[in-house]
Write a protein that binds this ligand. Structure first.
Ligand code: EPZ
Length: 426
């Protein structure tokens, strides 16, 4: 059992680079299954979720090798069409394999991906879209079986909600369908465009990704290629929030400022100075942050739900009262119960959190229950006086690559302790 031990109150200074995007790497690795031969994916973050995705690819018959941030996938021998329950449970977003397996093998069997800490996470939009593409679907005893014996056929699909995962499954499945598919009300996140760029590099014909309407002209086959994953905009904003709560000044390099749009506006509203150039962002925080009247999470290009918790933690020390409305997931305020242990003053009422800023937080022993809620606890610990211990850090390591190394490199005092005795880094 590992934990982070943080000595708070130290201002973050310096420069850091940001890892590749988890939410881009996962669908791209799943899509590699559909591409004949070998794909080489660069800038793949070293995360538990990437490990889980590689395990699923191996289970399906791919050979997967990894050299640092480069993951190679050869799908030549991949004939598998089932993801067993333990692998599905290891990572609920493995539903992203649905479209790739169905398109490749005309049959796929998954166990129903359970909900997770932040919500029920239904997949009805994914399944409805696969039916529109010609699949027959049976759901029984916690398993989903999709078959398309005659292959998938292009069609028009209008999503009732711009679901990121459903958009990705449609793009992947439709890329080798017979005919053209048009997706209306598609998700517009940058990770969607990155997936389309990878698939187009493999011979797909996808246009409009990142817009509200995506057109996929089916091709006979895709051939593996190489691709470098975009930088993780959520991790970048997390380290910006960490800088802000400590009153520090940090430059983040090799990032894509355009992907941080609504988040930059928010940091400026708290009184932070932000300077950007084509591949970096510099944030300089005031000694006292200002509160933010209202944050409402929305699909891209709105304020991202994934940065709600880190920003919520940052605002616990802002001067004044801030309000956050979480419109995407029904249970994404669980971290607030732990924030209160630091002395934060927060009230939650359904989808709304009201954060009354306090002059200081004190260190606490806290427990992580989900990925971004865990990042929020690191931020509170950095901004608190005294020592903080965070347990159950595996949740955090699903999406953040060695945060203790990045934050220590910025003068933060954070250690990763393996309770079996070894202290792994400072
Ligand atoms: C992706 O999840 C991300 N995960 C999430 O990041 C992110 O929070 C989310 O998109 C929104 O941006 C990955 O990319 C691996 P959705 P996804 O489908 O695809 C409802 C993180 O912290 N919905 O856009 O599951 C759903 O219940 C993770 O990195 C349906 O009702 O998100 C939710 O309310 C967390 N039916 C909303 O849509 C469906 O069939 C958004 O879900 C699908 C979704």
């Amino acid at each position: 059992m590992c934990e982070y031990v943080i000595e708070g109150g130290k201002r973050l200074f310096g420069e850091c680079s940001v890892q590749g995007a988890k939410n881009s790497a996962l669908p791209i690795l799943a899509a590699a299954l559909l591409c004949d031969g070998k794909s080489v994916i660069y800038n793949c973050p070293d995360l538990l979720d990437v490990d889980a995705t590689a395990n699923i690819l191996r289970h399906l018959g791919c050979s997967v090798s990894r050299n640092g941030h480069t993951v190679s996938v050869d799908s030549s021998e991949a004939m598998g069409n089932e993801i067993p329950e333990p692998l599905m449970r290891e990572m609920r977003s493995s539903v992203i394999f649905l479209g790739a397996i169905l398109a490749k093998n005309r049959k796929v069997r998954l166990s129903t991906p359970g909900g997770c800490e932040i919500g029920l996470r239904p997949i009805d939009l994914h399944l409805d879209a696969m039916r529109r593409l010609g699949a027959q679907i049976t759901e029984e005893y916690g398993h989903i079986e999709c078959t398309a014996p005659d292959g998938l056929k292009g069609t028009n699909i209008t999503l009732s909600f711009p679901s990121v995962g459903a958009t990705e499954n449609i793009i992947i499945a439709a890329s080798t369908a017979k005919g053209t598919t048009t997706v209306i009300n598609a998700a517009r996140e940058p990770e969607i465009s990155d997936l389309a760029d990878f698939l187009n590099g493999c011979g797909a014909k996808i246009s409009g990704a990142g817009q509200g309407t995506v057109v996929i002209e089916g091709v006979k086959k895709l051939t593996g290629s190489s691709h470098s994953v975009i930088t993780d905009r959520i991790v970048a904003a997390t380290y910006m929030a960490a800088t802000a709560i400590t009153g520090g000044k940090v430059r983040l390099v090799n990032i894509i400022p355009a992907h941080l749009g609504p988040m930059i506006d928010l940091f400026e509203e708290t009184g932070c100075k932000i300077k950007t150039d084509c591949r970096s962002v510099c944030i300089e925080a005031p000694s006292q942050l200002k509160s933010v009247k209202m944050i409402r999470t929305m699909p891209y290009p709105g304020f991202p739900t994934d940065i709600q918790a880190p920003v919520g933690a940052m605002l616990t020390k802002a001067k004044g009262t801030s309000v956050i409305i979480e419109t995407i997931f029904e249970n994404r305020f669980k971290y607030i119960g732990e924030l209160i242990r630091f002395g934060a003053k927060v009230r939650v009422d359904g989808r709304m959190a009201v954060i009354e800023g306090v002059p200081a937080l004190h260190g606490a022993k806290v427990k992580t229950s989900d990925l971004r809620g865990g990042a929020a606890l690191i931020i509170a610990g950095l901004g608190a006086e005294g020592e903080t211990v965070i347990t159950d850090i595996k949740h955090i390591e699903r999406g953040y690559e060695s945060p203790e190394k990045t934050l220590s490199g910025l003068s933060g005092s954070i250690r990763r302790i393996d309770k079996n005795g070894s202290e792994e880094s400072d």
